[in-house]
Design a protein around this ligand. Structure first.
Ligand code: AP5
Ligand code: MG
Length: 192
């Protein structure tokens, strides 16, 4: 089973993707994590995207599309993947559909984790990584620009997936476990 998790910064995409990875053996494909790993490694891509990540703007499609195509073609994605952070613009959604069609890969569910803005600000301001570190884009200023980018560039994807009835919405204000249960229900229906 392959799914797309959509939602604003701090909605809980990563939290739920990690849970699905543990419980269902699906692979989390987080473009944000992949980009941060490139920056940490000091790779060519990392050098190109560092300032973009720190500003909260989107990395150019050409980099993202190549990265996703390579990643979902790897054997560990064959049993199912969770796209976390991609697509993030209508142009990416269109290219993704073409890519998947070419590879004969189906997406079983597109799930939006819906959370109001005040709660996102609170979650991001409190978030610390597993190693106790903080993300450099989790400052109030950069978060504001990430939220603006979400509204301007990512939200317009929703009608694209709504049109053909693929989009399912989950109330992301519930507890982590309840959001998980709501996602599980959608996946159980989609898997039948
Ligand atoms: P990315 O890493 O994807 O960041 P994001 O979309 O801003 O989302 P976050 O990772 O901040 O939030 P999340 O939804 O994963 O929430 P989490 O589970 O951590 O992208 C970073 C940057 O990379 C972008 O700004 C862009 O520059 C670039 N980029 C990435 N993809 C790109 C693309 N496709 N195209 C172009 N550029 C791209 O949860 C947040 C916190 O809330 C945690 O502390 C968690 O414990 C807590 N929490 C989770 N669920 C709940 C709950 N139900 N109740 C209470 N607390 C909860
Ligand atoms: Mg995340």
């Amino acid at each position: 089973m392959n799914i797309i998790l959509l939602g604003p910064p701090g909605a809980g995409k990563g939290t739920q993707a990690k849970r699905l990875e543990t419980e269902r053996g699906m692979k989390q494909v987080s473009t944000g994590d992949m980009l941060r790993a490139e920056v940490a490694a000091g790779s060519e891509i990392g050098k190109k995207v560092k300032a973009i990540l720190e500003s909260g703007q989107l990395v150019p499609d050409e980099i993202m599309v190549a990265m996703i195509e390579k990643r979902i073609s790897q054997p560990d994605c064959a049993k199912g993947f969770i796209l976390d952070g991609f697509p993030r613009a209508t142009s990416q959604a269109i290219v993704l559909d073409e890519m998947l069609k070419r590879k004969q890969i189906a997406i079983n569910a597109v799930i939006l984790i819906d959370v109001p803005r005040e709660e996102l600000m609170k979650r991001i301001s409190e978030r610390v990584g597993d190693d106790g570190s903080r993300r450099s884009d989790d400052t109030p200023e950069v978060l504001r620009s990430r939220l603006e980018v979400y509204d301007a560039q990512t939200k317009p994807i929703l009608p694209y997936y709504e049109r053909d009835g693929r989009l399912k919405k989950v109330d992301g204000l519930q507890s982590i476990d309840d959001v998980g249960r709501a996602i599980d229900k959608i996946l159980d229906v989609a898997g039948k």
